[in-house]
Each structure stands twice: as C-alpha cells, then as structure tokens.
Design a protein around this ligand. Sequence first.
Ligand SMILES: Cc1ncc(COP(=O)(O)O)c(C=O)c1O
Length: 373
Amino acid sequence: MNGSSENPPWPAALRALARPDIARLAPYRHAPWEPGYERLHANENPWRNPADTSIAGLNRYPEPHPLVLESRLAQLYGVPAACLIAGRGSDEAIDLLLRVFCRAGQDAIVHCPPTFGMYAVAAAVQGAALVEVPLQREHGYALDVAGVIAAATATEGPQVKLVFLCAPNNPTGNDLPLTDLEAVLRALAGHALVVVDEAYVEFSGRDSLAGRWAEFPNLVVLRTLSKAYALAGVRCGVALGHPELIELLRRVIPPYAIPEPCIEAVLAALAPASFAATTRRCTELLSERPQLAAALAASPYIRRVWPSAANFLLVDCTDAGAVMARARAANLLLRDFSTNSRTPNAVRISLGTRAQHAHLLAALDCPALPEMP
Ligand SMILES: Cc1ncc(COP(=O)(O)O)c(C=O)c1O
C-alpha cells in the first residue's frame, strides 16, 4: 500500500488494506428476517417471558442487522444508512476495526497518548503493534501532525493500517483542529485508515467529520450514545465511513449484536420529545463547564485546569492523591491519571450536576458557585 503514486482506486485499496482472510470471508448466514410470518425457524420460545415488557418480545431474536435502528442513527448523524454500522458501544467499533484490518504480528496502529486506552487494548488483543506519537503537552496536547504522517507512512517496521485520533481527546479534553485532521486524512489517503473518535464532539461546538466520508474515503468516524445522549447503559455506538468499509466491518460483527431492549431504548431516546430534552441537558452541562473550571482554578490543591471541549476537565494538582482522597471523603469518585508520565499529577473530573459540583468545590476548598437564577 505504501507509495501513493501506485495506489489503486479506493475500494480496491481498501480491500488491500483489510486482512486477506477477512476480505475473502463469507459472513454467517442467519435465519431470514421476515416479520410477517409465524416464526418456527429459529428455535425460539413461542411465549414471552412473564417479565418481558418490551415492544417486540424478547422471546424472539432481535433483527439480525438492525435496519430501523441504523436508519434512525444514520439520520441522526447525517449519512446514508450504508455508511453506518451500529455496535455495542464505540468500543465494539474499535475492536471490529482492529480485527478487520490488522494481521497479528504483522500490522500496527498509531495512537497519540495520552489518549483513550481502548485503542491500545484492542491492538494488544489482536496482536497488532502499537506505534506511539505523543500529543505535545507543551503545546496544550496538540497533535504532532508531521509525526503521525511519518509514523503511518514509514517503510520500515510493521505496516500501519489504522491511525486513531481522539477529537476531543480523552483524558486531556482538547479538540484537535479540523485543519490537522484534514492534513492527516489527505496525507494518508491510500496508506491507512484514519479513525477519528468523536465520542465527545457534541460538547465541542464543532461539526462532526462524519458527513465527509465521500471526500475522505480513508476516514472512519466513531460516535457514541454513551455521553451526550445519556445512554451509557444501553451500549450503543457506531462507526461511520465509506460503504465498502462498513461492508467489511459487517463481515465480523456477530449476528444479533444489538439486543432488542437496546434497540427500543435508543429509538425511544431519539423520539422528538426526549431528543429535545437531551439537547437541553447538553446545553445545561456546557454552561456549567466554564463555571466549574474557574472555581476549580481557585483551589489551593489545583495548579492548572486544562481547557476542555468535552464533558470533563483535566486538572493538574499539587498532590493528586490528596485531591482523590478529599473527593472520596465527600462521596465523589474522580479518575486519577497522575501515574501516567504524560499527565503528571493530573485528575480527570466529569461534569455532573450543580449539586455534585458544589460538593466537590467544598471538598477542594474552592469558592462556591454563584446561586442558580
Ligand atoms: C474517546 C472515547 N471513545 C470511545 C469510548 C467508548 O464509548 P462507548 O461507551 O460507546 O463504548 C469512550 C468511553 O469513555 C471514550 O472516552
């Protein structure tokens, strides 16, 4: 794949990037999905469980490829349904990408620490090598664009198939500038897939890259319902990209991957009234972010509050252990990142309710927040 002048056109280039055994794989053939018929073909129980309050009936397998759910999610994210695959959280999408593209012991991914830990875990599970191009702490955890491009196009070492860019980044909270993302996408056309993880994009104020799959066929966008949509317990996330890429991912996702209660919960959550309430809640959380940041900055236990485009704040502490202990004594859990050399003495604080913020600020000897109007 390396050597852009000889690159084949995209669908062929994509198939060449995929593991050859997956490119040849015939997907599992599930029982046909024909809702108009009585079902005596899938070894299900004919009666509902007495505790079953679902719409469709949990005695039946869910739709093997959840068309209604995926069309609704495609509408939400502004792409054709062929450009989307739903999985059990975006965690599953990360795992599918590794399994489709990386040959154990031969291929690699690039990630940019400090960042979301599942890219490295999924790479380790698949036996893929991990190439690190750290974010530049001295520049506000900026992306090293030239470093990423060099690592992904290196002719020595394992072949880089996937580049994971988390935007906004977890745990640092900064978004990656669109111009940086575009530069990487352009430079890696025909070399590697660029996976832009937008788990927190709803809190960033920028548009998602999802709609630009035709312009950047090597783009994969990850979105999730776990954060802005308040559905972490449902486990639903998606990969978005070129239809040929989505078709490859479909080859390895198990049939009936999305349970019926999850499908029903997502469709209900995206109905107009709950959708409008979700949008209002997001706005409410966002209005808390600068206030919490300013109050935390006045704590004697906190040295620095990093700017955030997400629903959390990374703070550098004078003593992270003391901050964790004070929060715990106030019945609040925070996430300790202080042992990571790239986030020394840092703790990540998720945005919560105003009451939770008030307890945290009191525990950290900060000024109280202004009264709610
Ligand atoms: C950057 C990022 N990507 C993906 C995920 C996984 O999300 P999901 O709940 O959709 O599996 C998380 C979860 O915290 C995350 O922070």
